[in-house]
Design a protein around this ligand. Structure first.
Ligand code: G3P
Ligand code: CA
Length: 371
């Protein structure tokens, strides 16, 4: 083990020296070999309002290998980073009287949603809004940063990544997700073409580029596999089915996708799967952990890497086994639990990458395991 670590250390130093002399194209074509990968989920959303440049920059500064922008479209077809197209929960839009009439109800992926929607705003209009913490009660400290940051475009996220690559002399990966692709296609704002155009133009072009494009839908990933050589990741939820299957009447569910046969089919168009972590280690009804499934081994047998979401430090998101404190206390949900134990469990099972709201914790857990 020690000789392996020394070799890794030597490679890291050599790589650092080489990176200093490299331009964007070289960095954009250099695979990230850290394992397991640490993916800054919506940036470092445990510490800053999600999907802001400040959140991504902090994730990078904390050492994340990749940053993850979820993507939706503006009315004028610009890709911006938001977890959903309804922006009432993560911006100050409700305080903008000039946009009050834009509040409406739409059906998104079969659900009635009321609020303000990115596709009803031009980029110029969206830029007048400011981001807010999604979970203010759980993450009160993050509200310190409310109303300070704009909604970033994909171009701005890429510019940040490139700037940080230069200043830190290391490759930083990009892990964009197409949100609601069937819906956006239905309103004439398909996400795939502008996404691929933007990535290719930025120098991310080949299968070795430090990029994973992810989607909960299947059809748009199959389309993307014909549009780009960039690696693709099939997202798989713990329940339900991809919305494009719902829309087309395809009865298959996410459970079907994680069978050995389903994983082999995913291998036809994707490089990996991004799964709800409960699919790897299920939880009982009381929140305690059950025995691991064979998903990681099955996916590896199909030639797929396995990334899982979402790792977060707070009790609220941890299995009962790793929570700490008095469950009756009002602060119990926001207390940090034994997050290191959760990472150790999943890394020990062979997980290839973790989406984390707290990238520094994930990196420390990875380092502890390497030791
Ligand atoms: O994309 C991986 C993970 O982020 C999926 O969940 O809902 O946070 O986008 P979500
Ligand atoms: Ca995501």
């Amino acid at each position: 083990m020690r000789s392996i670590l020394l070799a890794i250390g030597f490679a890291a130093v050599s790589s650092l020296t080489a990176h200093a002399a490299e331009g964007d194209d070289a960095l954009n074509s250099r695979p990230i070999t850290n394992a397991p990968l640490v993916i800054g989920h919506r940036g470092a959303s445990g510490y800053r309002p999600e999907h802001t440049l400040a959140s991504y920059e902090l994730a990078i500064d904390l050492g994340a290998d990749f940053v993850e922008p979820d993507l939706v479209s503006t009315r004028d077809g610009v890709l911006v980073a938001r977890h959903e197209n309804e922006i009432g929960g993560t911006t100050d839009v409700a305080d903008h009287s000039e946009f009050a009439a834009r509040r409406t109800t739409k059906t998104i992926d079969g659900n009635a949603v009321t609020g303000w929607f990115t596709e009803d705003f031009t980029l110029v209009e969206l830029k007048t809004l400011r981001a807010r913490e999604r979970l203010p009660e759980l993450r009160q400290r993050n509200t310190l940063y409310d109303d300070r940051y704009e909604i970033p475009t994909l171009d701005e996220v890429i510019a940040l990544v490139k700037s940080k690559q230069h200043s830190l002399h290391r490759t930083i990966g990009l892990y964009p997700e197409t949100k609601h692709p069937t819906y956006f296609r239905s309103i004439g704002l398909a996400l795939e073409t502008p996404l691929v155009r933007t990535l290719h133009r930025a120098g991310y072009r080949n299968a070795r580029a430090p990029v994973f494009i992810q989607s909960f839908e299947v059809g748009n990933l199959r389309d993307l596999s014909r549009m780009t050589r960039l690696p693709l990741v099939q997202l798989i939820d713990a329940a339900g089915q991809p919305y494009d299957f719902t829309a087309s009447g395809d009865p298959r569910t996410y459970a079907d996708l994680v069978t050995p046969a389903g994983l082999r089919e995913i291998g036809q168009y994707a490089s990996g799967v991004g799964v709800a972590k409960n699919l790897i280690v299920p939880r009982a009804a009381d929140g305690t952990l059950l025995a691991p499934t064979t998903l990681i081994d099955d996916a590896h047998a199909a030639g797929l890497v396995v990334h899982a979401w979402t790792f977060r430090n707070e009790n609220s998101f941890l299995p009962l086994d790793f929570r700490v404190g008095d469950a009756a206390s009002p602060v119990y949900p926001s207390l940090y639990g034994k997050a290191f134990d959760e990472y150790a469990l999943f890394f020990g099972l062979g997980l290839d990458g973790a989406f984390s709201d707290n990238p520094d914790t994930a990196i420390a857990a990875r380092a502890a395991i390497a030791r």
